[in-house]
Structures are given as structure tokens and as C-alpha cells.
Write a protein that binds this ligand. Structure first.
Ligand code: PLP
Length: 392
């Protein structure tokens, strides 16, 4: 047999390694075999565009419309765009429609859990916006509403972006939307992390609370392929975004991704309530177990979490904690946010959260602990399946 090229070997090695580890990264998820099949389909090499530019694409156009219809049904809204190839691009597309060079935009700072892309030097720099930071109460791990309303009143940001990266509790969308709409501004809710929870009726309902658009990644609690989505009750917002995106942000938007997203949305439609409920229940039990082990869990005042995340606030020591946990086959990021989305999709429940809390509490202090590694391997091997699919 011919030797395998290095690129093929590395891919297989990566997959083997990740499947032997316990994944607690809240920005990731596992994809069902049906979603993976769509992603790996020959559509990955095709083009389509609106208005219909490419021959041979009429069936794909039906699929594209089906994907949008599913999204609108699940999120109970009137219009959607599934064109953005990522959550970051979705946000750029919405900001391009809502704000102009020289405008203020209201954002949450990265140090308070906001998405770094909205902070000074990132997307604001690309567009020539000035990022106005909304004050944040770290003890409550939420926006300081009184101070934020004062800033909004004086700075009048043309767009305010709510939602976040370290995202534990619902944001005050209603109050902020009322203030921003009073002077003609727009509110974007970045639900990248919590779209699967919003679909399932957990967390909050930003479009009904006043946000002009709900947007985000399609691959965190929403278990689709990596990509982005924009949802609104105002059809004119979505059509103005869609009219502007081609050639400004993207040319092709990856047909196989949309085929895979449509399958994932079907899965979500079927299971959204139980899936979202189980995630939040698991986060809350993981957080209280970790707290009992004496770990520095944020958000105690508010009951630790209402989302898929538990935040271990190790500050600047985050990267070394991440590495320590990885030496024990437990995977998280350098913020040390632990996500329950993937383990919930694997079928784990409160009993396993107790077990994970024990493993994490040892794993943060003992490098390459043999008993922890053995228990992680055992836990992972007991939960190889994927729940909340079209078959199960
Ligand atoms: C809140 C938030 N918005 C946007 C993004 C960017 O999403 P994507 O990686 O899909 O571009 C992230 C990244 O994780 C995020 O946490």
C-alpha cells in the first residue's frame, strides 16, 4: 500500500486525538453524520448566486429557500439571511447596513466577555467607527444598565451590539432597544453562543425584546456547520443587507455549508426544547459542583449561569489552566469557559456533570494525572454517540 501523504496523516491524527478527549469548548459542537454528509457533498465545488447567475443551480435555489424558511420558522421571525460564511462576517454585514464611517457604535469590552472583534482596532477600525464601551458589572456578569443608558444617551451610537463571548446571563435588550430606537439607532444581538438556546426557548428572545437583528455563528449551541446567520422581523433590513453583501464581504457562500445548515436546522426543529433545556440544566449542575470543589466560578450572585457556559475566572492564568487541563485530556480555551453544549449532545446529564467537576477540580492542579486521564478516557468512550439528530 502506498504511504499516506503527511496532510492525510495529520488530519487523521487530529481526529483521533480530539475523539479521545473531553471537549468543553463552548464555541464548538459535534455534527451529526447527516450534516457531515451534506458538508462533504460535491456541492462543495459548485457555485450559485442571486439573482440566478449560474446554470444548473435551480435545485440548489430551492434548497437555499428551504434553509431560510426553516430558520425563520425555528426563530419565529419574518426574514433571514444564511449567506454569511461566519458569525464575524454576519456582524460586519449588519454593521455595514446600519452604521456609517465616523459613527459611534456601542459594544461590550472583551475583558467583560464581549466579542473582541467589536473592540477598538478590530471591526470598528476596518469601518472607521468609534467603539463606545458599555459599562459592565463583573459581579453580576452583566451590562450595568443605568450607566450604559447614560452613555447611550450622550454618545448616541448608531448601532449597539449586545450578546457576547463569555456569556452567562440574558442582556437587558428591551431597555437598551427602547433607548436606542428613540433616536433612530439600531440594536444588534450577537447570539453566536446562544442561538441553540434561543431556538429552544431558553435564555432570552432578543427579537421580541426589541433587537432589530439577531445574528451569529451557526456552530456553537446551534449544531450546524461553521457559518453565520442573520434573522429579523423587518424584511427590509434583510433585503438591504442581502443587496449589499456580494462583492463587499463575500463572493461565494459555500453551497455545501447551506445544505448542511438546512439539515442541522431540521434536527434543531425536532429537538430544540429538550436539547436547550438539558444544556442549561447541565451547566447549572456543573457550575454548582465546581463551586463546591472551591473553583473560582463567576456569576455566583446570579446563580452561576443561565447559558451553556460556566466561567472559571482565572484571569491571566487562563492559558496555563487550559494547558494543565489538556494534559489531562480535558479541552477548553484560555478564557477557561466550560461549555456543556457538546457533552449534552453526546447524551451526558447531571450525573456526568458531577464526574466532570471532579475531574476538572483535580485536572486544574495536577499535570498529567493518571487517574484523571483514565477516567476521562472511560467517560468519553461511554458517550460516543450523537443525540438530537433526525434518527434519534
Ligand atoms: C460573540 C461572538 N461573535 C462572533 C464570533 C465570531 O464568530 P465566527 O467564528 O463564526 O466568525 C465569536 C467567536 O467565537 C463570538 O464569540
Amino acid at each position: 500500500m502506498a504511504p499516506q501523504p503527511r496532510a492525510v496523516k495529520l488530519r487523521k491524527e487530529y481526529e483521533r486525538y480530539r475523539s479521545s478527549t473531553l471537549n468543553l469548548i463552548p464555541s464548538e459542537n459535534v455534527l451529526s453524520p447527516q450534516v457531515l454528509e451534506a458538508l462533504a457533498s460535491p456541492m462543495a465545488g459548485r457555485y450559485a448566486g442571486r439573482p440566478e447567475t449560474y446554470g444548473g443551480s435551480h435545485i440548489f435555489h430551492e434548497l437555499w429557500e428551504e434553509c431560510e424558511a426553516l430558520a425563520e420558522r425555528i426563530f419565529n421571525c419574518k426574514a433571514s439571511s444564511v449567506a454569511p460564511i461566519s458569525g464575524h462576517v454576519a456582524a460586519m454585514m449588519a454593521l455595514d447596513a446600519f452604521s456609517r464611517r465616523g459613527d459611534n457604535i456601542g459594544v461590550i469590552s472583551a475583558s467583560s466577555g464581549g466579542y473582541k472583534g467589536y473592540n477598538e482596532g478590530m471591526i470598528p477600525d476596518v469601518f472607521g467607527f468609534h467603539a463606545v464601551i458599555l459599562p459592565f458589572d463583573q459581579a453580576k456578569w452583566n451590562i450595568d444598565l443605568v450607566k450604559s443608558l447614560q452613555i447611550i444617551d450622550t454618545e448616541k451610537p448608531s448601532t449597539v451590539i449586545l450578546g457576547g463571548t463569555v456569556f452567562l446571563f440574558p442582556h437587558p435588550v428591551k431597555e437598551i432597544s427602547e433607548a436606542v430606537h428613540a433616536y433612530g439607532g439600531r440594536v444588534v444581538f450577537d447570539g453566536s453562543h446562544v442561538l441553540g438556546l434561543i431556538a429552544g426557548g431558553e435564555f432570552q428572545d432578543p427579537l421580541r425584546e426589541g433587537a432589530d437583528v439577531l445574528l451569529g455563528s451557526t456552530h456553537k449551541t446551534l449544531f450546524g456547520p461553521q457559518g453565520g446567520i442573520i434573522l429579523s422581523n423587518d424584511k427590509s433590513i434583510i433585503s438591504s443587507i442581502e443587496e449589499r453583501y456580494v462583492y463587499r464581504f463575500i463572493d461565494n457562500f459555500h453551497l455545501n455549508r447551506l445544505a448542511a445548515l438546512a439539515v442541522a436546522l431540521e434536527e434543531l426543529r425536532k429537538h430544540k426544547t429538550a436539547y436547550a433545556r438539558n444544556i442549561v440544566r447541565n451547566s447549572q449542575s456543573l457550575a454548582s459542583e465546581l463551586y463546591d470543589h472551591g473553583l473560582p466560578i463567576a456569576g455566583k450572585q446570579e446563580g452561576f449561569t443561565k447559558s451553556h457556559q460556566v466561567f472559571l475566572n482565572y484571569g491571566d492564568a487562563g492559558s496555563s489552566i487550559r494547558d494543565m487541563l489538556e494534559s489531562n485530556l480535558i479541552i477548553c480555551d484560555s478564557r477557561v469557559r466550560l461549555g456543556t453544549n457538546e457533552v449534552t449532545r453526546r447524551g451526558m446529564g447531571p450525573r456526568e456533570m458531577k464526574e466532570i467537576a471532579e475531574l476538572v477540580s483535580v485536572g486544574v492542579v495536577k499535570k498529567k494525572s493518571r487517574p484523571v486521564i483514565k477516567s476521562v478516557r472511560d467517560l468519553v468512550s461511554r458517550f460516543k454517540g450523537i443525540k438530537f439528530t433526525l434518527d434519534r
